[in-house]
Structure formats: structure tokens, C-alpha cells
Design a protein around this ligand. Structure first.
Ligand code: AVJ
Length: 319
């Protein structure tokens, strides 16, 4: 059996320090914000898995449709010996790629969640005992030091998660991805596409209220980790389409004037009645916009695939 290696590039207390900094910064400015990465504790990750099965939430199914149909083309175009997956989570969708890459030598899943990485690797090692798995506990928005594995490399960033980054953050991120690539390497990028407002808003405000629970879960995380006294019942879930920025914005809106105590930060945070706290932007893209952002980072769009309903796209770009 090939080796399974796990490398931690995040200090064990980095998460705590980063949460404290994000909460302090985000709740003392106007408008208030919290970064979406704090949704994903164990309960939030379960809620997200539930979201991916909702009738209104099409991105996961649309992306899987493309992967199933195009995995052989992606594999042929990249000829990858090493697959690096940023934000790999359960590595569930990656199976289609892995199955199409019989010549693959190494799989490098990168995630902040050690438990997700261990679970995914455990399952994969049984199916692909030939594969060397080198998991990295790391934040994909930070600087990545990749293991020394054979090229060509294929870096995959799926799910549309790049849409959680603001435009300037995306530019920095794409440049750092570019710096990981040598000639002959490629980036496979999943992006949700601009479409009718009704369809977009429904995907982020489902009838069963799962996305509302997912959104409010971030308050539970802050309560547990920093001793705050947020009551999720004091907030309404809001999903709105910003047609100028072309992104979905999720907010939590205070139902009344209230104050929240955060002892872990020695902070008291006042909310006005109706005041919003932005918890996520999820940008939607167009082909020419993607091409331009890739080009600015020194990447060339070489292939573009969409699902049969043109809801989601996979882009292949080369250095
Ligand atoms: C996991 C970031 C791709 O933006 O669609 C789902 C997260 N937020 N419902 C997205 C999410 C609300 C999701 N990503």
C-alpha cells in the first residue's frame, strides 16, 4: 500500500486566533460582516451536505453532471500525475476525476478540516491502493507549500467556492495558484453562472429552511468558541441578489434592537432593529469575466464546459 502522509501547515491554535480576529474586525465595522469559512463546524458541514441535496440548490448536481461527462477529456487534456484539490472536503466529487486518471501517482487534498482529510483518505486508500496520498491541513487562501510529487500537476478548485472570495481576494488567490503551476500544469475551476434572479435566490433561501439554519449556525459557532450570547432566533435569514456585483449575498438581519456580549473578546456589539450582518457573498460568473480574471493572473482559459442547462461551468486553464 502506498503511503498516506498528513502535513499540518496551520498551527493548531491558528483557527482560534483567526476566528477571534475575524469576529473582532467584522463586528466592529459598518456594515457588519463575518467570513463564510466559519459556517463549517461539524454541524454546519452536515447542513451544507443537506443543502447540496435540496431541490433548489442546483450547483452540486450541475457540477457533478459536467464532471461525469467530461472527466475523460479533463484527464486527457491534463495528463496529470499529481492532482491537488483545494478545499477538498469529503473528496466525493473528485472520485469522477480520480477514476478517469489511471496514471495518477499522487493525490494532494488540501483542507482546513483534519477530520475531513482523514475520512476521505481512508476511503480512497482502499479503492486506490496504488495512489500516494499527501494531505495538507492548510487554508487555501494562504501560501501553499506543495509536496515534491511528479508532474504534470492538475490543481482543482471545485464547487464554486471561488465565488466566496471578493474580487480583489480572487485576484490574489488566482495569482498564488498560478505560482504553483509549471509549464504543462493546469487549473480546473468550478464556477456558478449568472442566471435568473428567482432561481438564484431560491437556491440560497430554500423552502425547507436548511440554508437559513446553515446561515444562523455561524452565530452558534461564535457563541461556543467565544462565549457570546447570540440568540439565533433574534435574526432572520436573508438572501439577496446584487445585480451590479452579480453576487448572492447572505445576511442575518436583527429582528429588533439588541446587544450581544462576547466575553472572549471583551466586546459588546449593538445591533439596530433591522440591521444586517453579511455572512457570505457567492459570486456568479460569465465566461468572458472568468477568461479575464484568469488572464490577469497569467492563466489562459483553454477549455470551458457547462452542464446541459448552462447553470454551472468548469474551466480548464494553463500556465
Ligand atoms: C460551498 C461556497 C460553494 O456559495 O453556494 C450554500 C456555500 N452557501 N448555500 C455556495 C453555500 C449557502 C456554497 N459554496
Amino acid at each position: 500500500m502506498s503511503p498516506f502522509l498528513l502535513t499540518r501547515t496551520l498551527p493548531v491554535d491558528a483557527t482560534d486566533a483567526a476566528l477571534r480576529a475575524d469576529v473582532l474586525h467584522g463586528l466592529t465595522r459598518h456594515p457588519k460582516t463575518l467570513p463564510p469559512k466559519w459556517f463549517y463546524d461539524a454541524h454546519g458541514s452536515e447542513l451544507f451536505e443537506e443543502i447540496t441535496r435540496l431541490p433548489e440548490y442546483y450547483p452540486t448536481r450541475a457540477e457533478r453532471e459536467i464532471l461525469v461527462a467530461r472527466a475523460p477529456e479533463i484527464a486527457a487534456a491534463s495528463g496529470a500525475k499529481t492532482l491537488i484539490e483545494l478545499g477538498s472536503g469529503s473528496s466525493e466529487k473528485t472520485r469522477h476525476l480520480l477514476d478517469a486518471l489511471p496514471g495518477l501517482h499522487s493525490y494532494v487534498p488540501v483542507d482546513v478540516s483534519e477530520s475531513a482529510l482523514r475520512g476521505a483518505a481512508e476511503a480512497l486508500l482502499v479503492e486506490r491502493p496504488d495512489l500516494s496520498i499527501h494531505a495538507l491541513i492548510a487554508d487555501f487562501t494562504g501560501e501553499l507549500v506543495l509536496p515534491d510529487t511528479p508532474g504534470p500537476r492538475l490543481v482543482a478548485f471545485l464547487g464554486g467556492t471561488i465565488g466566496n472570495l471578493l474580487p480583489d481576494e480572487r485576484a490574489v488567490f488566482l495569482k498564488s495558484v498560478r505560482s504553483l503551476l509549471s509549464p504543462g500544469d493546469a487549473l480546473l475551476l468550478g464556477t456558478d453562472l449568472v442566471k435568473d434572479e428567482e432561481v438564484l435566490v431560491a437556491a440560497y433561501d430554500d423552502a425547507a429552511g436548511v440554508t437559513a439554519a446553515f446561515n444562523k449556525n455561524v452565530l452558534t459557532v461564535v457563541d461556543r468558541e467565544l462565549g457570546a450570547d447570540f440568540d439565533p432566533a433574534d435574526f432572520d435569514h436573508v438572501a439577496l441578489w446584487d445585480r451590479r456585483q452579480e453576487w448572492i449575498e447572505m445576511r442575518l438581519r436583527a429582528r429588533r434592537a439588541l446587544t450581544v456580549k462576547i466575553p472572549g473578546l471583551d466586546l459588546v456589539v449593538p445591533f439596530e432593529a433591522g440591521e444586517g450582518l453579511r455572512t457570505e457573498v457567492s459570486a456568479k460568473f460569465r465566461k468572458e469575466g472568468i477568461r479575464g480574471e484568469l488572464a490577469t493572473a497569467g492563466l489562459r482559459l483553454t477549455q470551458w464546459w457547462t452542464d446541459s442547462a448552462d447553470r454551472f461551468a468548469l474551466s480548464l486553464a494553463t500556465a
